[in-house]
Design a binder for this molecule. Structure first.
Ligand code: 8YV
Length: 309
């Protein structure tokens, strides 16, 4: 008998096909009612941003494993999972490069004004109306990184190729050659032209990037967020952009996604993405394979490939 699992966020068709072959996959997002099948559900596959709403977790008495298709665990109640003996797995390693690439993409798009210039050409305005304003140089700008884990370090590697001096803050000094540790985020922001948020989400990092930090970055400073919307006080960000006390923001994640405040959507100082930093064919396949591998290991009684510690 195939185990019953819930799929809380769509995955690539070839991955879903493999899941369908091995499990009875239930898709509440496609309108399938949960109440009739809740008692049979033994596993969940979900996204990092979607996680597992507590009400769903509570309604599944026989849940054994939550396989996250991502690295963020902030949308899963890990304490409750531990208490109930529910395994949680993520997809570490395989998405690091893509997320770092997205950080650099947002930075280049924002500082060089790529979206506006693309629109200018696309609209047939070139040769007819004045060109969009000049952009700003990326190379050599001082980069501050909040959260020097795998993604933060991959951003630093890329930034070094742009001759950007790199400083970072984290819970502790990671003694990384070539990069300067700054214990205080506020001091890091004050001495940076670009602040990249690469820290995990959750209660411990909520609103770390507040009005003070944004003011410290200043009118020529830019914020890039490829981590979690919750790390940034979004209302303060909207205000800082509107008042011009912050130069710009490149955002892949939002505090209440998919809701994005109008102040961010209409600002000429923003470049926005719909939480897509890991969204490449190559990476989503690798992530999907890890989800499948973790579920398969669990239901075969083998050690999990990438359990959350
Ligand atoms: C994914 C993420 O977009 O890794 C994470 O935690 O949020 C992203 O990589 C997501 O998990 C897929 O829904």
């Amino acid at each position: 008998m195939k185990p019953d699992i819930l799929l809380l966020e769509p995955m690539m068709p070839e991955i879903e096909k493999q899941l369908d072959a091995a499990y009875n996959v239930h898709r509440p997002t496609a309108g399938e009612p949960l109440d009739k099948i809740a008692g049979s559900i033994r596993g969940i596959a979900t996204g990092g941003g979607t996680g597992v709403p507590r009400a769903i977790m509570d309604s599944l008495p026989h849940l054994e494993i939550i396989a996250i298709n991502g690295i963020g665990t902030d949308a899963v109640d890990l304490n409750e999972a531990r208490r109930r003996g529910i395994h949680v797995t993520t997809t570490p390693g395989v998405l690091t490069d893509d997320v770092a690439d997205m950080a650099m993409g947002l930075l280049l798009a924002l500082l060089r004004g790529l979206p506006a210039a693309d629109r200018y050409v696309r609209d047939g305005a070139w040769g007819h109306t004045p060109a969009p304003p000049l952009g700003h140089r990326v190379s050599g700008r001082r980069l501050g990184i909040l959260g020097m884990g795998h993604v933060g370090q991959a951003v630093a590697t890329r930034a070094s190729a742009f001759a950007m001096p790199v400083s970072y803050t984290d819970r502790c000094d990671k003694a990384l050659p070539g990069y300067t540790f700054v214990p205080e985020l506020l001091a890091l922001a004050r001495d940076s032209d670009v602040l990249v948020v690469a820290a995990s989400g959750g209660a411990g990092s909520r609103h770390l990037v507040n009005r003070q930090v944004l003011d410290a970055l200043g009118p020529d400073g830019v914020l890039i967020n490829v981590a979690r919307g919750s790390v940034v006080d979004e209302a303060a960000l909207v205000a800082a952009l509107a008042q011009g006390t912050l130069g710009g923001a490149g955002l892949d994640v939002f505090e209440h996604e998919p809701d994005v405040p109008e102040g961010l959507r209409t600002s000429p100082r923003t470049v926005l993405q719909p939480h897509r930093a890991s969204a490449t064919v190559e990476t989503r396949l690798a992530m999907g394979r890890l989800v499948i591998g973790n579920l398969a290991a669990h239901f075969a009684g083998r050690p999990l490939l990438s359990p959350v510690a």
